[in-house]
Design a protein around this ligand. Structure first.
Ligand SMILES: NC(=O)c1ccc[n+]([C@@H]2O[C@H](COP(=O)([O-])OP(=O)(O)OC[C@H]3O[C@@H](n4cnc5c(N)ncnc54)[C@H](OP(=O)(O)O)[C@@H]3O)[C@@H](O)[C@H]2O)c1
Length: 287
């Protein structure tokens, strides 16, 4: 599809203040889209907005994607001001290593699942009804876009929360895609391999097929336009993902037992039990 057909698209992007989200925002802005830029850092969102073509047309929403009320308010304002919506990209996400033996990792696990999975659902929710109405009136361009990860294809050691959250995003998007199939609203699942962003820049290990955020954004925008159901980007990681799926557990376990691990947010030398005096049964917060 040519860039021309993307002019004046209304695009709502979470996690726009950094990495992939910022690159997608730039790509869409260059093609004439009107953007809602969502993230927690108002400084980075404002700086991005000011740097984009058509800066004054774009909206900044400094909010936490776990704040459902704030998401609904932002969605309502953006749709009212722009007379609808075309594309919603639930891109905000976090990644930390987690180990089950460490009680203090449980809140980190919860935060990763809440940000990556639950907030994806919360991001889509305010738009579904409006998109269904637009589709019923012949609009074939409505897209809900989930961002999975190659780490969600098989469980990676040391990244149980992240792998589980991204596997869940992929499966959730598939459920939603089939639910909405008859409405005409398309659900697109994008599965990034290694993309060069602040999320991966701290990784101390080799990252095969590492791709720039700009190149990733260009390919993602094309996939969204085409309304594909599922795409791994870059394609080489797609081949690896297919092979990984076919690999029997015994071989997978052998190959990945010594795989490099993502750093934990709190590196404690020993597992600690949950606090005894709280009486709530909840784990200690990370220090
Ligand atoms: N980079 C990769 O290789 C890779 C691979 C597979 C999947 N992904 C996925 O791609 C997405 C973008 O990642 P990235 O690489 O661009 O990482 P990044 O540079 O760290 O950006 C993450 C973005 O998410 C936002 N965010 C995080 N928590 C948030 C919250 N609670 N509320 C609102 N915004 C929040 C951050 O904004 P604020 O800090 O301003 O809130 C930031 O804009 C993530 O879902 C990630 O899991 C990335």
């Amino acid at each position: 599809m040519k860039a021309e057909s993307r002019r004046d698209k209304r695009v709502f992007i979470t996690g726009a203040s950094s990495g992939i989200g910022a690159a997608l925002a730039r790509r869409y802005a260059e093609e004439g889209a009107v953007l809602a830029l969502v993230g927690r850092s108002s400084d980075r969102l404002n700086a991005l907005q000011a740097s984009l073509p058509g800066a004054e047309r774009h909206w900044v929403y400094a909010l936490d994607v776990m704040d459902t009320a704030a998401l609904w308010a932002a969605a309502a304002e953006f749709m009212a001001a722009n007379n609808g919506i075309d594309i919603v990209i639930a891109n905000a996400g976090i990644s930390h290593g987690t180990l089950t033996r460490h009680a203090e990792d449980l809140p980190v696990f919860e935060r990763i699942v809440a940000t990556n999975l639950v907030a994806t659902v919360a991001t889509f929710a305010p738009f579904v009804e409006r998109m269904e109405q637009q589709a019923a009136q012949g609009d074939h361009g409505c897209r809900l876009v989930g961002i999975g990860s190659a780490a969600g294809i098989r469980g990676l050691p040391g990244a149980s929360a992240y792998s589980a959250s991204k596997a869940a995003v992929i499966t959730y998007c598939e459920s939603l895609r089939v639910e909405l199939r008859r409405s005409g609203v398309r659900v697109v699942t994008i599965v990034p391999g290694y993309i060069d962003t602040p999320m991966t820049q701290s990784n101390k290990y080799r990252m095969p097929f590492l791709m720039s955020a700009e190149k990733f954004a260009a390919q993602t925008v094309n996939a969204i336009d085409a309304g594909v159901s599922y795409r791994v980007i870059p394609w080489q990681m797609g081949v690896v993902a297919k092979l990984l799926r076919l690999l029997p557990n015994a071989l997978y376990d052998l190959a990945f037992a010594r795989a490099p691990r993502k750093a934990r947010t709190t590196a404690h030398p020993r597992a600690k039990p949950p606090a005894q005096n709280a009486g709530s049964g909840t784990a200690q917060k990370p220090e």
